[in-house]
Design a protein around this ligand. Structure first.
Ligand code: AMP
Length: 477
């Protein structure tokens, strides 16, 4: 199918042609005609599938007729993070360059007065994170009763971050007669219930998750001891042909620690997490996009949906505790049919998360070996020896076992500063799971325990068969 067959205007088609896209992605093919018809859409799609254009392109045409009134946006797009919101704004600018649409972005870290000035002039498209939007609503700076098109993007992430009460409140301020587009990477019972509240007779469109990760991305697991994590990552970085890479940590604190370590060892790296100022985050991201920084050490929230084309590698320094995060992380590489590589460093205490991940991707992930594993083991042993000696523990501010210990509290996800307000009231279920240290939303029982790391061989009956492969023996020479 061609873009021209979807019913989009010549202006939008021209802009799309200039981006160089040859044909619509499956989600675009499935969603665009229905959005243009004015139907509500319930979309299951993750970032990396072309989901953003599946709603921005038809919205540009829908909004082409009509005029914006002061403080009364005509359409509203809710995003869970600032970066995603900024990216959607980029999309509108890019695809809307031949259409005369006005747009405002309401996200934390930007001055209220600039945002107010834009709203005062009247905007066709308002892109916002829920907390910041409610701030403006409460200050009487924006009225939502003129919104005719609503997009709730990354709804599953909104739920994880405890934003749903805010989203409900926002939706209650919108006119009931409107078009609603609802996107989520997964479609659980909870998501469906939520969608039922917001959508009217929606057209369901879905692109499947497993095929969208597996096709062009080489994936692998590297089994190590806790103390070997950093040396193992360095070896991997040296051995792989890394053009540029995302390196994911589960916690903000570990982003800083790992970044410091990589920089000390001469790697060209930058960091991204929710505690950094907005300008610092944008600056780092721009440097990564332009190639000035090659390695981006980041947390899930900060990296969510960041669109950098042609990323050669993704490294999971920590195994993600939410299975879906694995999909999101891996989705950074192998975009648009390009080759990608995704390697996950796994310690024994993290094996409990592999089961859910492998179920989600629909296959067992292969265990990879590392040349020079002996050196890694030696370095790891030296690190744990140093940490054992009294008075020679980690530096101030560094956790003793900064490379894998997982308390229920620290397993909770980080949030960007402007998102803290909402995340202080997470959903009950999420709280319960976090308490149990069980962040896998499927609530299955886990088999691994949190004892200190020991070699993986002979761990017992509860360990899946694939994990019983002798660890050291397979280390390549
Ligand atoms: P998204 O899922 O919206 O984050 O998009 C992922 C990436 O796919 C972005 O880099 C888009 O620019 C790109 N993209 C979107 N639509 C297409 C298309 N039809 N053909 C090729 N790339 C696309």
């Amino acid at each position: 199918m061609k873009f021209a067959d979807l019913g989009l205007s010549p202006e939008v088609l021209k802009a799309v042609e200039e981006t160089g896209y040859e044909s619509p992605t499956p989600i675009q093919e499935k969603a665009i005609p229905y959005v243009l018809m004015g139907r509500d859409v319930l979309g299951t799609a993750q970032t990396g599938t072309g989901k953003t254009a599946s709603f921005t392109l038809p919205m540009i045409d829908i909004l082409a007729s009509g005029q914006a009134k002061a403080r009364m946006p005509r359409s509203l797009i809710l995003e869970p993070t600032r970066e995603l919101a900024a990216q959607v704004a980029d999309n509108f600018e890019n695809y809307g360059k031949y259409s005369k649409l006005s747009m405002a972005l309401l996200i934390g870290g930007m001055s209220f007065s600039d945002q107010d000035a834009k709203l005062d002039k009247g905007v066709d498209v308002l892109i916002a994170t829920p907390g910041r939007l409610l701030d403006h609503v409460e200050r009487g700076k924006v009225l939502l009763n003129g919104v005719k098109t609503l997009v709730i993007d990354e709804a599953d992430r909104m739920m994880d971050m405890g934003f749903i009460p805010d989203v409900e409140r926002i939706v209650s301020l919108l006119p009931p007669l409107r078009q609603t587009l609802f996107f989520s990477a997964t479609m659980s019972k909870e998501m469906r219930k939520l969608a039922d509240m917001f959508l009217l007779n929606p057209k369901e469109v879905a692109v499947s998750l497993p095929t969208s990760t597996a096709a062009t991305v080489t994936q692998g697991l590297l089994m190590v001891q806790k103390s070997e994590k950093r040396p193992a990552l360095r070896k991997l970085l040296q051995q792989e042909k890394v053009k540029n890479a995302f390196i994911f940590c589960n916690r903000k604190k570990d982003v800083d620690i790992l970044l410091g370590s990589l920089t000390k060892h001469g790697f060209n790296a930058g960091g991204l997490h929710g505690d950094m100022s907005q300008s610092h985050r944008m600056e780092t991201l721009d440097k990564f996009k332009s190639g000035e920084i090659k390695l981006l050490v980041c947390s899930d929230v900060a990296a969510r949906g960041i669109d950098v084309s042609s990323v050669s590698h993704v490294f999971n320094f920590d195994v993600p505790t939410h299975s879906e995060d694995y999909i999101h992380r891996i989705g950074r590489t192998g975009r648009a049919g390009q080759e990608g590589h995704a390697y996950t460093i796994v310690t024994k205490s993290e094996t409990k998360y592999l089961d859910g991940i492998q179920k989600l991707v629909g296959r067992e992930l292969p265990i990879i070996t590392l040349e020079g594993m002996e050196e890694v083991v030696k370095e790891g042993a030296a690190i744990s020896e140093r940490e054992k000696k009294p008075g020679r523990g980690p530096r101030r501010g560094q956790r003793r076992s900064d490379e894998g210990a997982s308390s229920a509290k620290s397993a909770q996800k980080e949030t960007a500063p402007d998102e803290k307000k909402q995340s202080s009231r997470p959903s009950k279920k999420y709280e319960k799971n976090a308490e149990k240290g069980n962040n896998d939303r499927s609530s299955r029982s886990h088999h691994a325990n949190d004892e200190p790391d020991t070699p993986v061989i002979g761990l017992g009956e509860n360990i899946p068969a694939f994990f019983k492969i002798p660890l050291r023996k397979s280390a390549g020479k």
